[in-house]
Design a protein around this ligand. Structure first.
Ligand code: SF4
Length: 363
């Protein structure tokens, strides 16, 4: 399994065997500080561990300082072109910066960025996207060999930091294509000793983005490649975080609360299982926020909702707890065994109470 040196972003370790961390990015502008803080809290509640903020210019620096004073997550400042702005962001207290060294309008400012990062003991992410890669050096991905060219550009960025004696590095090189993403990160992992930030850029709306990231991250994380990740969604960033957790839980890489199992319904279904499944999913999100992963009962890691009593318990036999619905009642089961029968309208509350009771024995 590939290994990398660890860096720390605030209280979160990246690489060196640390759990794969989940990142997202604010869509609210920093100069609306209250909105930015509110969105940060929503992301933290959903399980986000590191948040990135765009820093479009020096005029945002006062808002950045106000935001940093109250932000509940480690903060990464995302800066293009302006090396002096990157230095100011570091001095303001950001926990990491993301730059593309080749995009700095004044390449000499990289020396100042590195000096500031060293002085403040923060890492730098060399972050490249296929759409904006290295105009200075003329390297641009083409249909001929996009992965190799993007990797070369990322390596150029890394080498420019290493020449300045800086090694507290995280690397990303993102493109919108799943196959190329896998190729790019395999090449980076084979070449570099630094932690890798996984991502698929411009992945689209929720459905497409989840599929693309699930495919790419599934392959890469399965090979031990990747130390931190962002699922990019054109939409609410809270969905990015939920999707990230779904991927990590689906791969068995990390635990957070319980996963939901639900049947697709068929002609036997007599209830609105779609609505019930949505209610259970929402309740599980609320519960893990309320209880905390550290207090979550380990013997309830999957919760099933099944559309009939004929096949429900059998089909969900692997689930830790669940409900199989008749017309007006639901049969509550545990590990496939029937516990009791409750009114259908009470089933979600019953499942929640089973988790709460198990958690109360831990807290
Ligand atoms: S569990 Fe029952 S309702 Fe759901 S798909 Fe299977 S047979 Fe149909």
């Amino acid at each position: 399994m590939p290994s990398s040196a660890a860096v720390t972003v605030g209280s979160v370790a990246i690489g060196g065997g640390a759990p794969v961390s989940i990142q997202s990015m604010l869509t609210r502008p920093l100069d609306d500080t209250d909105a930015a803080l509110e969105q940060t809290e929503a992301l933290r509640t959903a399980g986000c561990e590191i948040v990135r903020v765009a820093l479009p210019g020096h005029s945002v620096l006062p808002a950045l300082k106000a935001y940093l004073a109250e932000a509940v997550l480690p903060v990464v400042a995302d800066i293009h072109f302006d090396g002096r702005l990157a230095v100011r962001a570091i001095e303001a207290g950001c926990h990491k910066i993301r730059i593309n060294p080749a995009n700095l309008q004044n390449p000499g400012t990289l020396t100042d960025i590195v000096a500031a990062a060293k002085a403040n003991s923060i890492p730098i992410r060399v972050g490249l996207n296929s759409g904006s890669v290295a105009p200075r050096s003329g390297i641009r991905p083409t249909d001929d060999n996009p992965a190799a060219l993007l990797v070369d550009a990322a390596l150029d960025g890394v080498r420019s930091l290493e020449k300045l004696g800086f090694h507290d590095i995280v690397v990303s090189a993102k493109c919108p294509d799943v196959t190329q993403t896998i190729d790019i990160y395999r090449r980076l992992a084979a070449t570099l000793p630094y932690p890798l930030h996984l991502g698929v850029t411009a992945a689209g709306g929720l459905r497409q983005a989840v599929i693309k990231h699930g495919l790419a991250f599934g392959v890469l994380l399965g090979e031990g490649i990747g130390d931190t990740m962002r699922v990019s969604v054109t939409g609410d960033p809270v969905e990015e975080v939920r999707a990230g957790w779904d991927i990590l839980r689906g791969l068995g890489r990390r635990r957070r609360g319980a996963v939901m199992i639900a049947c697709p319904t068929c002609g036997r279904t007599k209830v609105d299982l779609q609505e019930i499944a949505a209610a259970v999913e929402s309740a599980l999100e609320d519960l893990v926020t309320e209880i905390g992963e550290e207090n979550w009962p380990d013997d309830i890691r999957s919760v099933a909702v099944m559309g009939c009593i004929v096949n429900g318990p059998g089909e969900a036999a692997a689930a830790d707890i669940g409900a199989a619905f008749e017309h007006k009642n639901a049969v509550i089961f545990r590990k496939g065994d029937i516990l009791e029968r409750v009114p259908a309208a009470s089933a979600v509350a019953k499942l929640v109470s089973l988790i709460e009771e198990a958690a109360s024995g831990i807290r």
